[in-house]
Design a protein around this ligand. Structure first.
Ligand code: XMP
Length: 326
């Protein structure tokens, strides 16, 4: 009989049994999945858990603050912040293949955790030699799409399922493995997480790294971050945050679109808006946003973001299109 209380009780028992008296770390992405997974593990084993927030430089505007301020305020969890933007950008230099990007980001995540692990143990003057467990906010759809479900082929190596390096030293705790997104939100609310965290739209672990089609550079990230912030601000302003499941904003960094500025031609890059309606991200329909909202976003992005001279709207369902562009 499925109730959020049953799920919480069952997972808390299971986590306690699995963890014993060992130490646990959990990566926080800023998203609802990792926040709920962390809150569950904290309920089960308290201070044996330290949360690690890796600022990988692929975040959206305001995300670091949301984790460092709001999540900590809501849970009182122990937080270790790792500033690792240089490490990730260095590793991604010259890479354009999407699956390679995911693998690199997954690998660097683990490396960043390992560094964080050493720092945490040193700070705690702990006699433990290692942290044994790593919490992952893997959901049921991730398991299925990565080939973990019955007979399913590997569609995408989601960094939080596939893409782990062979020599990964942590044992995984995945308390959300059987849940869909709406169930995760219900569990989070029951655990006392604030609405801003529980109601947040999904955002992929590899972040803006897979929303730049082409090589990821600091300059392109800055540009995309600005465009994304404008789009989100307008969507929220229009009151459509719940109706729209998520709205990836994608930079076609290798496409040069021609525009006209003053009395000359200019070359810039297109930005794609990909608003979708969905129940669980397994299927999706493109959202029929009001045209005046689309117009406002387009005008603002082309006016305010240097290097972008075109905004296009993605009107593809899933299937056949995926939600993300790579
Ligand atoms: P797609 O693009 O496959 O996305 O339709 C389905 C959902 O998964 C998210 N997504 C990811 N999440 N790591 C993640 O943690 C990834 O590599 C990844 N790729 C896609 C996507 O945002 C959507 O919610």
């Amino acid at each position: 009989d499925w109730t959020t209380s049953n799920v919480i009780e069952e997972q808390v028992d299971r986590i306690r049994e699995q963890v014993g008296s060992d130490r646990v770390i959990c990566g926080l992405s800023g998203g609802v999945d990792s926040a709920v997974a962390a809150a569950l593990v904290q309920r089960a084993v308290g201070d044996q858990l330290t949360c690690v927030f890796v600022d990988h430089g692929l975040l959206r505007e305001g995300e670091a603050e949301q984790v460092e301020r709001d999540f900590v305020a809501a849970t009182g969890v122990r937080l270790h912040v790792a500033r690792e933007a240089d490490r990730f950008l260095g590793a991604l230099a010259g890479v354009t293949d999407p699956e390679t990007k995911r693998k690199i980001i997954g690998r660097e995540f683990i490396r960043a955790f390992e560094t964080a692990e050493r720092d945490i143990l040193a700070e705690a003057s702990s006699r433990d030699e290692r942290v044994r467990f790593l919490v992952q906010g893997t959901l049921y759809p991730d398991v299925v799409e990565s080939g973990g479900g019955e007979g399913a082929a590997t569609i995408k190596s989601h960094h939080n399922v596939g893409g782990l390096p062979e020599d990964v030293e942590f044992e995984l705790i995945e308390p959300l493995r059987t849940l869909f997104k709406d169930e995760v939100r219900a569990v989070g609310a029951q655990l006392g997480l604030p609405a801003e965290i529980v109601g947040r739209q999904p955002f992929p672990g590899p972040g803006l790294g897979i929303r730049i089609i082409g090589e990821v550079t600091g300059e392109r990230l800055a540009l995309l971050r600005r465009a994304d912030a404008i789009a989100r601000e307008e969507l929220t302003g229009a009151g459509l945050d719940t109706e729209v499941w998520q709205m990836p904003v994608v930079l076609l960094a290798e496409v040069h679109s021609v525009g006209v500025q003053g009395d000359g031609r200019s070359y810039g890059h297109p930005i794609v808006l990909r608003p979708v309606a969905s129940e669980d991200a397994m299927t999706a329909d493109w959202s029929r946003l009001p045209y005046d909202l689309v117009a406002r976003i387009s005008t603002r992005i082309t006016n305010e973001v240097e290097g972008v001279n075109r905004v296009v709207l993605d009107v593809t369902s899933k299937p056949p299109g995926t939600i993300e562009w790579e």
